[in-house]
Design a protein around this ligand. Structure first.
Ligand SMILES: [Zn+2]
Length: 328
């Protein structure tokens, strides 16, 4: 087998005039399974193993994803022109994979793809991340906007095509609200989280992970209500305000209600004050809420007077003696 490095295949290298991606993509067969073998005499084509691994990892992470816009092998129209969806000349590998955008986390997949040594370029939503440009995002002007699927091409070298290095999709952490600044056009699980939080605050936004006009308008309204800079951008201050607005109310400190815990020397609380009032100022002193030596002496007096165990501790037996319902 000839190991051919054909750097001329990437659309930007083919096209120094800058019409990046023009006529690179055509309609694809949606191919889930290996295609049936070609007639004898032709070498069967196959999806480059590294892309097969990528697809397997995506399927493992999102087993219920939509596959309608998946594809990899080009049709007859493709085969007339240059496309990574055509089997390449050396070993008939197909070096491009299309993954339906629905049911996956596209920003996560893009992040992992541009970190993988096999990747030549990624195209999604009129944006191309290409190795030849250090994976800096650039506008993609091809006729297919790639808004239904994400396209990944791998380099035409045997080591790239056959790499068994994991793409890291299965275990990649999902971005959480606050991990990055979100603004109009942001997409991802953190946008979904933002929209969910907004819903808890009364917004009626689609929870689609897509920071569009409605989400931006809501963010502005929220910022205004919190006296933040109104820019529609979710940075650290806005995240902090969102967290504060949705923080559940602090639970009542344990043991404030009479009968909800055992009281002894050193305990503080409204329930201690209750006992001090119940036993009386003459024995316990003022109802300070602090269970001190005088309180303990008062409790001992009360217990002795009532004929129950005299231990200076207000437990279930003492509570019941005080006609307090024991709830612990
Ligand atoms: Zn494609």
């Amino acid at each position: 087998m000839i190991d051919q490095v054909d750097a001329g295949r990437t659309p930007e290298d083919d096209d120094p005039g800058g019409r990046i991606g023009e006529a690179v993509e055509y309609d694809l067969f949606a191919a889930e399974e290996e295609p049936s073998p070609e007639p004898p005499g032709l070498v069967a084509y196959h999806l480059a193993p590294t892309l097969r691994l990528l697809r397997d990892e995506i399927d493992r992470r999102w087993p219920h994803r939509d596959r309608a816009s998946d594809g990899w092998i080009g049709d007859a129209a493709h085969q007339a022109g240059a496309s990574d969806h055509n089997p390449d000349a050396d070993d008939r590998s197909v070096n491009a994979l299309d993954v339906d955008r629905d049911g996956i986390d596209p920003p996560l997949v893009i992040r992992k793809c541009i970190a993988h040594p096999s990747t030549q370029y990624v195209i999604f939503e009129r944006t191309i991340w290409s190795r030849t440009r250090g994976f800096a995002p650039a506008r993609y002007t091809g006729s297919n906007p790639h808004d239904k699927h994400l396209h990944v091409s791998v380099s035409h070298t045997p080591s790239a095509e056959r790499s068994d290095r994991s793409w890291g999709i299965v275990t990649a952490p999902v971005p959480k609200l606050g991990d990055r600044v979100l603004r109009r056009g942001s997409r991802g699980s953190d946008v979904r989280e933002l929209q969910t939080v907004a819903g808890r605050l009364g917004a009626r936004l689609a929870v689609d992970g897509d920071f569009g006009a409605a989400t931006e308008a809501w963010v502005r309204t929220f910022q205004q209500s919190r006296k933040l800079a109104v820019d529609g951008v979710v940075g650290p201050w806005t995240v902090a305000a969102l967290r504060a607005a949705t923080r559940p109310p602090a639970p009542e400190p344990a043991g404030r209600a009479p009968g909800s815990r055992t009281l002894r020397r050193g305990t503080d609380g409204d329930d201690v004050a209750f006992v001090q009032r119940f036993v009386g100022e003459r024995r316990c002193g003022r109802a300070t809420g602090a269970f001190d030596a005088r309180t303990e002496a008062g409790v001992r007096w009360y217990q002795g007077m009532r004929g129950i165990t005299v231990d200076g501790v207000v437990g279930p037996q003492t509570w019941r003696q005080m006609q307090v319902k024991v709830a612990y």
